[in-house]
Ligand binder design. Structure first.
Ligand code: KG4
Ligand code: ZN
Length: 354
């Protein structure tokens, strides 16, 4: 089955081609264009993002077609394709519009089935994508599974009983984990996106130097809250302005912030995994690229829940991409017919598992 995936829910424009035969990924090509234009604003400006998506999408598709078919045969990609998938939500309305309408137009022109994909489901399915040069990672015997989805807009614990069967067990009450990284990095003057900047700045720091709050770490529900951490970091910076000029101090601060976020995510995920009796824990979303989170979660599960398998996405598929959208589409196509491209709409608040 040959699938084209399209993603434009936030500030990454992305397209992908995925060919699966039997249980083998026989071809996977993906192209992502990140919009660095937003870095100067310290966050994503929706109107600017939408314009960038519109400008880039045709050229990304052309590059994908040339990669898959060769320079001369690029225009024949449509003939080879079995179905088209595009992200319909959640995300920024104006950004989603561009990718969804591109997908609908291709489905109409090529008379192919069309699937509207949930972006969070896409992140979950990044776990099914093999690494570069590998052909298999399609997993079947993993359910029930618990997915920790941590991105710039979401922090969710999803119980997955089977493909496409989700129950939302917990979510953030305020900021998402990625947002906590982005906002604290901004306070520290480290730039955007905050996750990689904080990891880099804190690499040689002492992560126990500053004891920041771990909000809701012991609460008896499965929700998260990160806005208190951001406030604590702001006060701390105001009170220690002079010392912040020193690089050791900055790296201790960055390492301590990262540790606080990771501790909360790991503690709650392990607890929920044990309580819900899952067979597997999946990690997903942009923050899944965080090495400390990957290592801490793996170690904590090995000690506290040794029977639970841990699966993490390849680093290149953690942040937004279209390969994950194509993979989610592949599994949708195993269980249902496509959506009518004439009727399908964006859903900026589309929730999974509620
Ligand atoms: O999934 P994603 O690309 O976009 C959304 O759907 O939101 O996630 C972007 C988020 C940003 O908040 C960014 O700071 C965070 O993922 N991120 C990281 C790392 N790489 C990206 N956070 C922590 N550590 C990283 N290495
Ligand atoms: Zn995302």
């Amino acid at each position: 089955m040959r699938i084209i995936g399209i993603e434009s829910s936030c500030d990454d424009s992305a397209v992908a081609y995925l060919d699966i035969e039997g249980d083998q990924v026989v071809r996977l090509e993906h192209v992502v264009a990140s919009q660095i234009i937003h870095h100067q604003f310290g966050g994503v400006v929706p109107e600017v993002a939408a314009r960038e998506h519109s400008a880039k999408m045709p050229r990304l598709l052309d590059e994908l077609a040339q990669r898959v078919m060769g320079e001369e045969n690029g225009p024949r990609l449509g003939k080879l394709t079995d179905l088209i998938c595009a992200t319909a939500g959640p995300g920024l309305a104006t950004s989603l519009r561009v990718g969804l309408d591109t997908g609908r137009a291709l489905a109409a022109a090529w008379s192919k089935p069309f699937y509207a994909i949930n972006h969070i489901e896409g992140h979950v399915y990044s776990n099914w994508l093999p690494g570069l040069g590998q052909t298999t990672k399609i997993m079947n015997e993993i359910f029930p599974a618990l997915a920790l989805v941590v991105s710039g807009g979401h922090t969710e614990l999803l119980l997955m009983r089977d493909h496409g069967d989700y129950e939302l067990l917990g979510a953030t009450l305020d900021d998402a984990a990625g947002e906590a990284f982005d906002k604290t990095a901004k306070l520290m003057g480290l730039g955007y996106p905050g996750g990689p900047k904080i990891s880099q700045a804190g690499a040689s720091g002492n992560s126990r130097a500053i004891d920041f709050p771990r909000p809701m770490i012991n609460s008896n529900n499965h929700n998260f809250s990160f806005s208190g951490l951001k406030t604590a970091v702001r006060y701390f910076i105001e009170q220690n302005k002079e010392q912040l000029a020193g690089s050791d101090f900055t790296s201790d601060l960055a390492a301590s912030v990262e540790q606080a976020i990771v501790d909360v995510l790991v503690t709650k995920t392990v607890r929920v995994a044990i309580e819900s009796g899952v067979q597997t824990v999946l990690l997903a979303g942009g923050v899944a690229a965080n090495r400390k989170l990957r290592e801490s979660l793996r170690e904590a599960l090995a000690v506290e829940a040794p029977d639970v398998a841990f699966v993490e996405p390849e680093l290149i598929y953690c942040t937004d991409n279209a390969a994950m959208v194509a993979m989610a589409g592949y599994w949708q196509a195993q269980r249902r017919a496509g959506d009518d491209w004439r009727k399908v709409e964006i859903d900026p608040n589309w929730e999974l598992g509620r």
